[in-house]
Design a protein around this ligand. Structure first.
Ligand code: UDP
Length: 226
């Protein structure tokens, strides 16, 4: 569906002469063997594993976007979005930030998949939106790829501690099985976005988690001081 939808959007942009920005993903790097990830790295993706439909559809989207730029002169660029969090995400989408924040708010143990040594880097949503707008609007970005994300890297276990400390929970952690093909390390190299777009994240993790937790608390009607 990602692939078909992207092709439809590319075709619509070509016919209308619109500007195009493809929201790709850090998953395009798969389980990366280059760390931190730079835009020139081709990635290490399992082409038929449980994450493949998403990863490969985004890689297809990148290839198609660049081909529309090369062959049809479409004004198009690509951003690779790394882990992003904030208010208005679905509480039950299963990702790390909603899970950990809601568990901490309810003083329940935090669910660590695997041993928690895998790493991620977390970007607050307003920083991400600013990066996307700059990639779309800055001159000379056609045919370019930009990593967008926060380069502060945490192990999942460290991240659980930050969330628990920030939200005042002391319910500990529980270990659950690691999903198949879960990437072991992920951190964006954002040198290109800094230089080309004058962009870098400005919201620190505690502040971002605070806003996110407040939103989830209201959505789920979790009493303060539970
Ligand atoms: N994760 C975890 N506990 C959870 C949810 C996620 O330990 O309750 C881990 C997951 O295994 C992965 C990391 O947190 O290593 C980020 O997972 P998420 O699904 O948010 O994003 P992605 O894997 O796409 O980076």
């Amino acid at each position: 569906m990602n692939s078909i939808g992207t092709l439809n959007m590319l075709e619509a942009a070509r016919q209308s002469g619109g500007r195009f920005l493809f929201t790709s993903t850090s998953e395009a790097y798969g389980d990366p063997q280059v760390h931190p990830q730079v835009e020139t790295y081709w990635g290490n993706v399992n082409p038929n594993g449980p994450r493949a439909c998403y990863d490969e559809s985004k890689r297809f989207g990148e290839a198609a976007t660049m081909e529309f730029w090369r062959s049809h002169g479409l004004n198009a660029r690509i951003v690779r979005i790394f882990n992003t969090y904030g208010p208005h995400s679905r509480p039950d989408d299963g990702r790390i930030v909603p899970n950990f924040v809601i568990q901490a708010l309810k003083h329940e143990p935090i669910t660590i998949y695997g041993d928690g040594s895998q790493t991620r880097s977390f970007c607050y949503v307003s920083d991400m939106v600013e990066g996307i707008l700059r990639a779309m609007d800055s001159p000379g970005t056609e045919g370019e790829v930009f990593n967008l994300g926060n380069p502060d890297e945490y192990t999942v276990l460290e991240f659980a501690e930050v969330i628990a400390d920030t939200l005042g929970s002391d319910a500990g952690v529980v270990y659950q099985p690691l999903p198949v093909d879960d990437p072991t390390r992920r951190r964006p190299d954002i040198t290109k976005a800094r230089e080309w777009l004058g962009w870098e994240p400005v919201v620190d993790l505690q502040q971002g988690i605070g806003h996110t937790a407040e939103w989830f608390r209201q959505q789920l009607q979790i009493p303060v001081g539970l």
